[in-house]
Design a binder for this molecule. Structure first.
Ligand code: HEC
Length: 178
């Protein structure tokens, strides 16, 4: 099969200069597609949408706990514990959601700043700190201590914000207000 194709292409080359140009053009297009693909592959594009969904869930979960704290009677079992679990579980994967190529250069709408890949060690450190706070949040939720929960929700919020301040475009806040 491969030999047959080689012979075919070979005889094409001999046939005419036009044939050669055609093959060369096709090769250029194919090469161009490969280059494009390496900038924003389907995997990176899918990753962006999926991480935004998961981060939004984490934001919703933290807000649900915060709202619950304002109530007279805190519903630990139905609200605090499951939402703290969501934050802990998701934050454990957070650092996997930012492969190189999944920034603004992908052409997909994202608030992830290029600094994520330029200062990656710092980004990873902030991600790990958030994981530590999320694990604590989960423990506090299980302990059902309202004062401890209040303090830990604040600490969690600070850990999320520390990363957003340096690595998420401030434009995202303008849109959140809408
Ligand atoms: C290590 C960095 C980092 C940490 C820690 C982090 N985030 Fe984010 N977050 C980002 C980046 C970067 C984006 C922008 C992602 C994008 O647009 O592709 C983002 C986006 C978001 C969004 C917007 C998602 C959307 O598109 O609607 C929410 C909500 C969010 N984060 C919540 C949280 C919460 C809650 C925490 C803490 C429990 C947290 N984040 C921790 C980096 C981080």
């Amino acid at each position: 099969m491969a030999i047959k194709i080689a012979v075919l292409v070979g005889s094409w080359f001999h046939m005419s200069a036009l044939g050669f140009r055609y093959v060369a053009a096709a090769a250029c297009i194919a090469f161009g597609l490969v280059v494009l693909e390496s900038v924003a592959g389907p995997a990176e594009v899918a990753q962006i949408k999926s991480r935004q969904d998961k981060l939004r869930d984490m934001g919703g979960a933290l807000k649900a706990i915060n709202d619950e704290l304002k109530k007279r009677r805190i519903d630990w079992d139905n609200t605090v514990v499951p939402n703290a679990q969501t934050i802990k579980d998701r934050s454990g994967y957070l650092l996997n959601w930012f492969p190189r190529g999944s920034g603004p250069e992908s052409g997909v709408k994202t608030y992830a700043l290029p600094a994520i890949w330029q200062n990656n060690d710092d980004f990873v450190t902030l991600g790990k700190l958030a994981q530590v706070e999320a694990a604590k949040l989960n423990q506090v939720a299980l302990s059902k201590d309202a004062n401890a929960l209040k303090a830990q929700v604040e600490a969690m919020g600070k850990a999320c914000k520390a990363c957003h301040d340096g690595y998420r475009s401030p434009d995202s806040e303008k849109e959140d207000e809408n």
